[in-house]
Design a protein around this ligand. Sequence first.
Ligand code: MN
Ligand code: MN
Length: 473
Amino acid sequence: MTRTLLRGGTLVSSVEETRADLLIDGERIVAVGLELDAGDATVVDVTGCALLPGGIDTHTHFEHMVASGATRTADDFTSGSIAALCGGTTTVVDFVRAPADTGIRDAFLRRRDRAAESIATDFGLHPMATAAVSDAASIAELQRLATEEGATSWKFFMAYPGSMVGDDVLLAGFRAAAEVGALPMVHAENGHMVADAIARLVADGRVDPTQHVHGHPGAAEAEAIQRAAALAKHAGSELFVVHVSAAEAVDALVRLRDEGQRIGAETCPQYVGAAADAAHVTGALAAGFVCSPPIREAANQEAIWRGIEQRVLHTIGTDHAAFTLAQPEDLPPQKVVHDDFTRVPNGVPGVEERLMVMHELGVRRGRFPLTRFVDLVAAEPARRFGLERKGSLAPGKDADVVVWDPAATRTLRASELHSRSDYCVYEGLEVHGTPRSVWRRGTLVAEHGEPVGELAGTGAYQYRSTTTPTEAR
Ligand code: MN
Ligand code: MN
């Protein structure tokens, strides 16, 4: 097997920074420490760099058909995952939505096969329970996917008529999750409040994409979080809230945590690194910014940072759902309508920018130390989503390593990123600190922000562990 010694760096975990070398044998880390015997290993000098566990993004939508079936995201598994690797993310957890005529288990197995033949990162999949796929038989299939296939987190929609499920389904699903130690996740927005707010905007003729943010009141997010938490408590399950974006939502999470609720939450770089009321967000770019929950006014950003500081926001995912502003010939309709937000597919790219943006805005600007950065982008995602071989640089773990160069600077530009999207919500942001090289299970997969070698289909499916079932606590 190939042995590699990364020499001269500083290992960073979620709790400490330690000067140490790191020895890789095949796909695993076999030793960390000073003055390791290199033997026949290839020695790579990483003096001055930090060694971080490979980034884990538990919220991507590669090759994703929108619910209506009208279009698909621009990135397929290959382009999306190569973008991830170039930015220092070596594992993603994507989603499975069952079409109306297919059971969730069949849809899961099919999508896993499709990903395995084309993806470049290691990957897991969250099955989604939607209005069409949430009867008792579907919930039983979710349990089987958790116990047999390691799909130990399930997504439930509280928004989007057609996808959203009622409290009865949430209760049944949360209880079923608790029985097998799976983690229920919610897109927490009250779908009726959102539909009502959008209908009022449409009635007023306010459909310019700059108005999209007003269709998703922060109060709708807080309401859904509080309701989901009450239902999870009743069902005896844990709960995880994805893509928290609003100040009201952070306030709700603080209250729930103080009451002792077991609740985890994610936020996304776009909710601290982009703002709906920035002067340049007009015209086509405003259509580019349309995602849900929305990129909100800049005033919300302080609340998100406070949520991170108070540890009610635990992970950073991207919700990477890339579309283009100009229409490529080989893709179904992208964000080609630029004057009516109700006709713009929702989503923003970001899987490649995630580490650089959060390091710049979080670490460089003094909001948290490098250890917390590692916690947010790798360690906590691994822990909460059952990725036992990932998320830390310890002997026996997969050799997913980011050699992070704190002295390198770069200006983020869509033209230099690897997503098929043609814009970047952080365009022009100068970052200090970039991934110099990225290793996935012992193989060099990216260097200086560019992919190395033939990567399509080299990612491995991850069977994820369950949390302890509630009965056993
Ligand atoms: Mn969502
Ligand atoms: Mn999403």
